[in-house]
Design a protein around this ligand. Structure first.
Ligand code: 13P
Length: 337
């Protein structure tokens, strides 16, 4: 696979005013989301819900790509049209979550390492044949008393870099996601310091593993005070801290950075992205790859009437895509929300 093709895909993912919808919850994670609104976690419910999201009318106006879970990449609409075909019709690039989740890091209580490298080359080969053109791997970094350790950061960076190199070998753009959780009582300065050390470690590992940054996307968390800290940061505080941190640790050659929402409410996730883009221009496009901040309102509406509320839920998905697409250009206004 040529680096030019990877770079083109990466650039398409962060095209002006467009971002990504993350609908790659594993069967365990979607079980939690469904349980929260009283939906049974059956295969048919998962299929119907993902159909609702992917078939949202005009979704491609603001969405460049969708990250799917293994099961979803193989599923079809009720009428039998493969989801990948539905996506192609709206110009949405299929992506696939390929990590196998996190495990406790032995010797480091409270810390986790993401697994899934064994057999990854073969899985990527199959995902490419199924239509995926980009992939996602999420590492989780927890801020706590004495954490994260250097060992945890290095282990996760190494795995992310090995995954990224394999993706490029198999023709998929790697989206590298080192998520620093907002759980905890740390202040925004601590979040900044941890983000900086994690990002520096990640880009060192990518360099050491011959990963071409021109064909890589960073999925980043925002620099926020811990959610139990009692500290309030303004939208501008978060935007400035996140930007300064990224500028000091992410090479300018990267085609784009997209953010996860990480448990922020919908409006906050959009407002932070919008504020960052208003402070531009920046070395890279800054856009979104939201899961919860794209879906939670729609899931609530759908749960109230699975058969009757599809169109209403899709209107909400479209509205979230539009708002975040505007925020990706610094053109969102709270009134329009
Ligand atoms: P959230 O936006 O819900 O954090 O999910 C994004 C994601 O894909 C995390 O891996």
């Amino acid at each position: 696979m040529s680096i030019e093709t990877l770079a083109e895909t990466a650039q398409a993912l962060v095209a002006p005013g467009k971002g990504i919808i993350a609908i790659d919850e594993s069967t365990n994670t979607i079980a939690k989301r469904f349980e929260g609104v009283g939906i049974a976690n059956s295969e048919e419910h998962r299929r119907a819900y993902r159909e609702l999201l992917l078939a949202t009318p005009k979704l491609g106006d603001y969405i460049s790509g969708a990250i799917l879970y293994d099961e979803t990449l193989r599923q079809s609409t009720k009428a039998g049209v493969p989801f990948t075909q539905v996506m192609a019709a709206s110009g949405i690039i299929p992506g696939i979550k390929v990590d196998k989740g996190t495990q406790a890091l032995a010797g480091f209580p409270g810390e986790r390492v993401t697994e899934g490298l064994d057999g990854l080359r073969q899985r990527l080969e199959e995902y490419y044949k199924l239509g995926a053109r980009f992939a996602k791997w999420r590492a989780v970094i927890t801020i706590g008393d004495g954490t994260p350790s250097g060992t945890c950061i290095e282990a996760n960076s190494h795995a992310l870099a090995r995954y990224a190199a394999l993706c490029q070998e198999q023709g998929l753009v790697p989206m590298v996601e080192p998520e620093v959780l907002m759980d905890g009582d740390h202040d925004i300065e601590t979040s900044y310091e941890v983000h900086e050390v994690v990002l520096r470690s990640l880009f060192d590992a990518l360099y050491n593993n011959n990963v071409a940054l021109e064909g890589t996307i960073l999925k980043a968390s925002m620099v926020l005070p811990g959610q139990d800290s009692g500290e309030t940061a303004t939208v501008e505080d978060v935007a400035e801290a996140t930007l300064m941190c990224l500028k000091s640790s992410v090479p300018a050659i990267l085609p784009g950075i997209v953010f996860l929402s990480g448990g922020q409410d919908d409006q906050a996730a959009t407002a932070h992205l919008d504020a960052m883009n208003r402070m531009g221009p920046h070395p890279w496009p800054l856009s979104f790859s939201y899961g919860r901040a794209m879906q939670s309102a729609a899931l609530r509406i759908w749960s109230q009437d699975l058969a009757g509320n599809v169109a209403k839920a899709q209107e909400t998905v479209f509205a979230r895509a539009r708002d975040n697409g505007l925020a990706a250009q610094g053109r969102w206004s709270r009134k329009a929300a």
